[in-house]
Design a protein around this ligand. Structure first.
Ligand code: NAD
Ligand code: ZN
Length: 257
């Protein structure tokens, strides 16, 4: 199966990676739905509550500031690094990620669509002011209160998509386009339970792409995929990468039949 993935990667003229929390667990960031994952002991703050209530904003900042420490100390792992290397070798055209940790970019990936935004930045819901998140997390730890925008006093929030919040239309449009344009979609480390993100592999498949899923646990879309590998990402990607040079390149568009 690993040889098949390597062969498809070599022959595809347009490959996109679609990643979830599972690509960052080997950097020490817990995922959501594995046992011991983030939601096993925390209830998320819904976007509507964040907008409506000062208590909800304080609770949001309490949760997000703790999580930010985890993200800001984490380093990219071998999986992130292999995807960045494939981009620079021209084997991968981009990464669509559900992650908010910024580790793909830290590893060197430049073509990245963050469908759920980024925790590295905060933005004002009223005027769009944006700033480095670390500074505002520091202020939260000093005061214990949700910070307000320095230019308009509106509520500051991490530039991530909360439950109940609309996705960024521009980013979602780019993700849809990439999913339609690719010949190979490598889906990695996602339970594929969150929509509309999980619709993207379906869109890719419907528009003629091969879809490979690499994930420890079974996913909602395993039946639809051309190939499924149930395994750890670091090891699996390292093995694909190691055999890549020996795989013969036979450029053929799967949509040619
Ligand atoms: P998820 O928790 O629903 O699923 C993660 C999947 O990855 C699981 O099925 C698990 O079996 C698999 N997995 C975990 N470690 C793995 C490894 N080393 N190798 C292979 N597979 C592994 O996560 P999701 O599908 O991304 O959806 C949850 C939402 O959580 C996303 O919207 C994302 O924004 C958010 N989230 C992000 C981070 C982050 O930025 N690092 C962390 C947690 C949650
Ligand atoms: Zn503002």
């Amino acid at each position: 199966m690993i040889e098949q993935v390597a062969a498809w990667l070599q022959e595809s003229r347009h490959t996109v990676a679609f990643t979830g929390a599972g690509i960052s667990t080997e950097s020490g960031i817990p995922d959501f739905r594995s046992p011991g994952g983030i939601w096993s002991d925390t209830d998320p703050v819904m976007f509507q509550d964040f907008v409506a209530s000062a208590e909800a904003r304080d609770e949001y900042w309490r949760q997000k500031s703790a999580a930010y420490r985890e993200y800001s100390e984490a380093k990219p792992n071998g999986g992130h690094e292999i995807l960045a290397a494939w981009e620079s070798r021209g084997l991968l055209q981009g990464v669509i990620t559900q992650n908010i940790d910024g580790l793909h970019q830290q590893a060197g990936s430049t073509e990245v669509q963050e469908i759920h935004g980024t925790a590295r930045v905060v933005s004002c819901l009223d005027c769009g002011f944006r700033d480095d998140a670390g500074k505002w997390v520091g202020k939260y730890f000093e005061t214990g209160a949700a910070p307000r925008c320095p230019s308009c006093a509106g509520p500051l929030k991490h530039a991530t998509i909360s439950f109940g919040q609309d996705l960024d239309k521009l980013v979602l449009g780019n993700c849809s386009r990439w999913s339609r344009e690719c010949e190979l979609l490598l889906v990695m480390g996602s339970s594929l339970a969150v929509r509309p993100a999980a619709d993207l592999p379906v869109l890719a498949k419907q528009t003629g792409s091969r879809v490979v899923i690499i994930n420890r646990a079974p996913t909602a879309l395993d039946d639809m995929a051309d190939l499924v590998i149930h395994g750890g990402l670091g090891d699996t990607l390292a093995t694909v990468n190691a055999i890549l040079p020996q795989v013969e390149h036979t450029a053929q568009d799967p949509r040619d039949g």
